[in-house]
Design a protein around this ligand. Structure first.
Ligand code: FAD
Length: 284
């Protein structure tokens, strides 16, 4: 990708290359009443040294979060911590990070990645749940398996971030039509409000946010009974409006140099996103 063309677009969706860029962006969000979800970019590591290095970088971010006294969680990708080749060590890394996060008054969130990793990711979440029931796990509404996965976790009262899902998946694995994904998202929102712990709804889809607010109203949960989550640089007007209305909001703030796959997902996930990307290129 041409560097001059990509730089402003990257800057729109990614806080910067360094940890201090991510922390700085979250400090600014905090001033506007919005919490952070700090994301060190990177995924799919294939050797133990890279996994260990990622764990060290996460630990460094938790230290800086404490020093900067910002309101943020830390989100991790398990493939960055070696899930694909050493699940036991990956669990050890997550345990260490969750311990450190808790010691500074925050918690870890686990992103959900491509469908081949879903089973192992659920296993890691369950393995750590007794020690760390504050970890938040992302689940994808587009996956056909997700309702059954959640039912199977009902005994845990899981703490979930519900999102539509950002990867290209086959029709056997994931529903493809927006209407069907939205219907499953709405159903899962209701399920989480009834059966989950402090659910987070991660979407920029106004109709689904309205659904969550109405459903929480019917369930008697009130504004504080759920969290609304967004991606850095997307629908900032909506983020601010909902924060100003008194909803608990967090923004997912990626930083780091490995931004390429993240940016490609933001472009490719939906035609609407691609149009948005082109508008961003045009300087909107
Ligand atoms: C906090 C958070 C964490 C996430 N974590 C994960 C994860 O762990 N795993 C995973 O697979 N996915 C994750 N995602 C991505 C998610 O799966 C969707 O791909 C993404 O949020 C777009 O879907 P949408 O729900 O916003 O709805 P869409 O139907 O795609 O979009 C609804 C509307 O939102 C706006 N919009 C959406 N995306 C964009 C964009 N890129 N640029 C500009 N406008 C846009 C448009 O106005 C669009 O019409 C996360 C999303 C959020 C908000």
């Amino acid at each position: 990708m041409d560097h001059r063309l990509s730089r402003p677009v990257v800057a729109r969706f990614v806080a910067g290359d360094g940890l201090e860029d991510g922390v700085g962006a979250i400090a600014k969000l905090n001033q506007r009443g919005i919490g952070g979800i700090l994301d060190l970019l990177g995924e799919g590591v294939t050797d133990p040294e890279s996994a260990s290095q990622a764990a060290d970088e996460y630990l460094a971010s938790i230290k800086l979060i404490e020093e900067a006294a910002i309101d943020t969680t830390v989100t991790i990708k398990l493939t960055q911590l070696g899930l694909a080749f050493d699940k036991a060590e990956c669990i050890d890394y997550v345990r260490r990070l969750a311990t450190e996060a808790r010691s500074i008054g925050t918690y870890i969130e686990i992103d959900m990645e491509q469908s081949p990793f879903v089973g192992d990711t659920l296993e890691v979440y369950r393995a750590l749940h007794t020690e760390f029931n504050d970890i938040r796990l992302a689940v994808q509404a587009y996956l056909r398996r997700t309702p059954a996965d959640l039912q199977a976790m009902a005994d845990l009262r899981p703490k979930i971030r519900l999102i539509k899902g950002a990867y290209s998946e086959s029709p056997e694995v994931a529903v493809q039509k927006k209407g069907e994904i939205d219907a499953q998202f709405a159903w899962l929102t209701d399920w989480l409000l009834a059966n989950g712990k402090d659910p987070a709804i991660g979407t920029h889809d106004g109709a689904l946010i309205d659904h969550c607010i109405a459903s929480a109203g019917r369930a008697g949960t009130g504004k504080k009974g759920f969290e609304l989550q967004f991606l850095y640089g997307i629908r900032r007007d909506l983020q601010q409006h909902l924060a100003d209305e008194g909803y608990r909001t967090r923004v997912y703030v990626p930083f780091g140099s490995a931004w390429y796959p993240y940016l490609m997902r933001r472009m490719a996930e939906r035609p609407a996103n691609l149009r948005f990307f082109l508008r961003a290129l045009a300087g909107d």
